[in-house]
Design a protein around this ligand. Structure first.
Ligand code: HEC
Ligand code: HEC
Length: 375
């Protein structure tokens, strides 16, 4: 994982167009907590994100990823913004993949949930003047976490990439996608972060970097997200809109789009959004080759013959929640799918909405992408 991020970071750093630059999340987070929010499929997008939509009865969690029975598909008890925030952070946006330290076996250390990881990403391993980037401590600890930040400061960092001192965050942090969060969802995430146990864990700030990292990355706007062919007024419209929103904020675009030739300020190639083919070298995730191929490529998520044409929404739901492709083969890391990864906790409603959206966007030809045959 560090290696993978290092690669992306190094590519961004040099602004070299390297198609092999890879993004960064891992998928080893065992998440078996109850899925929570259940935005009604037949509401419009703005309704979907109201804090009072039905969400699961998930108390502010102490150790959410451990406290589990089975992920129960959709659940619907009203909990308000904290549960919505918890759901997004854990099961849709997977903040813990980057911000929670890991145990030696690769599972998240839930005694330090979201408490940050020093030197998580080596920007330029051979150049000590550049150094490494840690993921900050997001718990309410006053000296080492976000305890002294205001809600607005947290939201600004999350959605614009400017920290409390007005310094741009390195775009490994997907603020350029989180920019699309609705105000309600950004508030819900902050509300949830406030409920985390404060953990004292000092994360060294990264060294100042030169241009282009002196400016924040350009956000990818909702208007740049492919449009679904489902029209307003059709029964599946709200569902496809919800899917489009979730795909924009869940990191799908980050991993399933090739890196931009320009590097920062545009982290991904906006002409090929969701067309896949980002390279994730197995070695950077500590995966043995064989059985894993040396290069794992993200799939084309558009309905092209070399993408997901012919899939059903239910098969996409299964891919997300259970980590199986339409033929029942296991998906490889770093796809953060179930049964152990964050998307295991995605609600049926949301997983199906994502499927509806992806199957109705314009097909993009990426050529044949060799699937990774997971053992
Ligand atoms: C792909 C990895 C990744 C993911 C996923 C991610 N972050 Fe980050 N985040 C980072 C990195 C790296 C930094 C530090 C960037 C820097 O130092 O320039 C950061 C910085 C931040 C900061 C600034 C804090 C500070 O002290 O400066 C906040 C707030 C934050 N992230 C919140 C979140 C939340 C909330 C989520 C999920 C909704 C999330 N992040 C998901 C990698 C990630
Ligand atoms: C951290 C990177 C990452 C993120 C985030 C991610 N994916 Fe993936 N995804 C991958 C990779 C890599 C593969 C290829 C795995 C394989 O070949 O076994 C993949 C495979 C898939 C597949 C299987 C497609 C096929 O043809 O077999 C689907 C469906 C999918 N992803 C959907 C999504 C959706 C929807 C999201 C967002 C909700 C998402 N992914 C987020 C990396 C990611």
């Amino acid at each position: 994982m560090r290696g993978s991020m290092a690669r992306l970071a190094a590519c961004l750093l040099t602004m070299v167009a390297v198609a092999a630059c890879s993004s960064s999340k891992t998928t080893t987070t065992p998440t078996k907590d109850a899925g929570t929010d259940t935005p009604a499929a037949d509401t419009v997008l703005t309704d979907v994100v109201k804090p009072d939509v039905p969400v699961a009865d998930v108390p502010p969690d102490i150790a959410p990823d451990l406290a589990v029975t089975d992920v129960p598909g959709d659940v619907s008890a009203v909990q308000g913004p904290v549960a919505r925030g918890s759901y997004l952070v854990k099961f849709v946006m997977a903040c813990g993949d980057c911000h929670t330290p890991r145990m030696p076996d690769g599972s998240p250390d839930m005694t330090k949930q979201l408490a940050g990881v020093p030197a998580m990403f080596d920007l330029a391993p051979t150049d000590p003047s550049v150094g490494a980037i840690g993921t900050p401590n997001l718990t309410p600890d006053k000296t080492t976490g976000l305890g002294n930040w205001t809600d607005d400061q947290i939201k600004t960092a999350l959605t614009t990439g400017m920290d409390d001192k007005g310094k741009p965050l390195f775009p490994i942090m997907p603020y350029w996608l989180y920019h699309n969060l609705t105000a309600d969802d950004a508030n819900a995430i902050v509300a949830y972060l406030r409920t985390l146990p404060a953990v004292a864990n000092a994360i060294p700030e990264r060294q100042p970097l030169g241009f282009p990292f002196t400016v924040a990355a350009q956000p990818l706007g909702m208007d740049q997200m492919p449009l679904s062919s489902v029209k307003a007024g059709e029964p599946a419209f709200a569902q496809s809109q919800n899917g489009r929103y979730l795909v924009a904020v869940a990191g799908c675009v980050d991993c399933h789009t090739a890196p931009s030739a320009a590097g920062v300020p545009l982290p991904v190639d906006v002409t090929r959004i969701l067309a896949g083919n980002r390279d994730f070298p197995a070695s950077e995730f500590g995966l043995p080759t064989p059985p894993f191929p040396v290069h794992i490529f993200s799939a084309n998520l558009t309905p092209h013959a070399n993408g997901i044409a012919g899939w059903t929404t239910t098969q996409i739901q299964t891919a997300l929640q259970k980590g199986l492709d339409k033929d029942g083969n296991k998906l490889c890391p770093p796809m953060p799918a179930g049964p152990k990864g964050p998307f295991a906790g995605m609600t049926d409603t949301d997983a199906l909405a994502i499927g509806t959206y992806l199957l109705t966007i314009p097909p993009v030809d990426t050529g044949k992408i060799d699937p990774c045959k997971a053992p």
